[in-house]
Design a protein around this ligand. Structure first.
Ligand SMILES: Cc1ncc(COP(=O)(O)O)c(C=O)c1O
Length: 405
């Protein structure tokens, strides 16, 4: 047995059972090709290409100068928890006090915390698909069982209330969704979320994990709706959000939950043993973000909307691509299954993993296979890049697939 195989055996089963993040794996391969001198256009990572607004950076610099260098309270500084409670009231019509808020190291951490706190081995977590790659792995780590409920392409990749109702069993503990969605950009309307909410109202033991990290990147006229604002569900909805996407702050690592106090207390207890309070400087920056103006956020959203139009328009010109029009976030998610079974003379494209790998190696455009998102007919293309790069990337994809027979 090789040394690596032997070492792998020593790793805990829970780590051996865990999938690697497909978005991070593709991004790594793209970096390697770029290091070899290829002109790679990387559209695999889910990251704004903007810089954090200046007023937020200034708050971070001031926090350093003002001496915020020590441990912070486990659930976050009081002024940040207050700013988040105010934000939830202002933007989401959710009335939580600072004691209902727990700040963590990114929305990813917030989601993972809640799953650890609520899910017992064997509990079912209903995940609306297509879903963000980490959801099912977080459930696996808690020894829960992911039950995937698929939103149809024809319904804008959205799950209906009837589908949800049919998937509920006595073991269902949590329902988990993101709106706006990664990878599809789908936005659930208020009417759709109220219908889903009406189903959940009938099932008292089910909790809802509402991932709203793309809240501000919403192109609909109606805007964002939070399930946590439905009074009958308020105590059972855990609203997760953060600063990463709307304020272009992915690296600052601030996320939060707004939840019933006993859930917030559970998360604080877990966090107290695992990470403690998150980065003090980033918390001060996030306080400025939540208390500050949204002008920069709105400008970025305008740019994402323009790029959505550009990319979707160009993708629709590619023969065989089925293209949904995303209402939010910064991804296009075309169905490329028309090309499965086709070949360039040497390689046969069997599935979305083959397709994404082949594209990277033949057109030097990195995308992510839909398989990791529970949508094996699709690929995800990030639209968080300069307009010229996006136009060139789609042209390269179009030229590459024209060689497949
Ligand atoms: C749907 C979704 N939820 C949560 C996150 C994590 O956000 P954060 O960077 O705040 O951890 C991401 C990041 O890609 C995401 O796409």
């Amino acid at each position: 047995m090789s040394a690596v195989a032997e070492q792998t055996q020593v790793l805990a089963d829970r780590i051996n059972a865990l999938e690697e993040s497909s978005t991070l794996a593709m991004t790594k391969m793209a970096r390697e090709l770029a290091a070899q001198g290829h002109k790679v256009i990387s559209l695999s990572v889910g990251e704004p290409d903007f810089k954090t607004p200046a007023f937020i950076c200034e708050a971070a610099k001031k926090a350093i100068d003002d001496g915020f260098h020590g441990y912070s309270p486990v659930a976050g500084y009081p002024d940040l928890r207050k700013a988040i409670a105010d934000k939830l009231k202002r933007d989401n019509n959710i009335d939580w006090k600072p004691e209902n808020i727990v700040v963590s190291t990114g929305a990813k951490h917030s989601l993972a915390n809640v799953i650890q706190v609520l899910v017992n081995p064997g509990d079912e977590v209903l995940i609306f698909a297509p879903y963000w790659v980490s959801y099912s792995e977080m459930v696996k780590l808690a020894e829960g069982k992911s039950v995937i409920v698929e939103g149809a392409f024809e319904n804008g990749f959205k799950v209906t209330a009837a589908q949800l109702e049919a998937a509920i069993t006595p073991r269902t503990k949590v329902v988990m969704y993101a709106s706006p969605n990664n990878p599809t950009g789908a936005v659930y309307s208020e009417a759709e979320l109220r219908e889903i909410g009406a189903v959940l109202e009938k099932h008292e033991g089910i909790y809802v994990l509402a991932d709203e990290i793309y809240e501000y990147i919403n192109f609909t006229e109606e805007g964002h709706f939070s399930m946590g604002s439905i009074p009958a569900l308020k105590d059972r909805v855990i609203t997760v959000n953060g600063v990463a996407k709307g304020f272009a702050m992915t690296g600052w690592r601030i996320g939060f939950i707004g939840a019933a106090k006993w859930i917030a207390d559970g998360v604080e207890k877990l966090q107290g043993q695992v990470t403690s309070g998150t980065n003090s400087i980033a918390q001060k920056a996030a306080t400025a973000a939540f208390n500050g103006p949204l002008d920069a956020t709105k400008e970025m959203t305008k740019a994402y909307a323009r790029r959505r139009d550009l990319v979707v328009g160009l993708l629709k010109e590619i023969p065989g691509f089925k293209v949904n029009v995303p209402d939010g976030a910064f991804y296009a998610f075309p169905d490329v299954s028309y090309y499965f079974g086709k070949s360039d003379g040497t390689n046969v494209i069997k599935d979305s993993d083959d397709f994404a790998n082949w594209l990277l190696n033949n057109s030097y455009v990195s995308t992510v296979a839909g398989s990791g998102f529970g949508a094996p007919n699709c690929i995800r293309i990030s639209t968080a890049a300069a307009d010229e790069s996006l136009a060139e990337a789609v042209q390269r994809i179009k030229d590459a697939v024209a060689t497949l027979k």
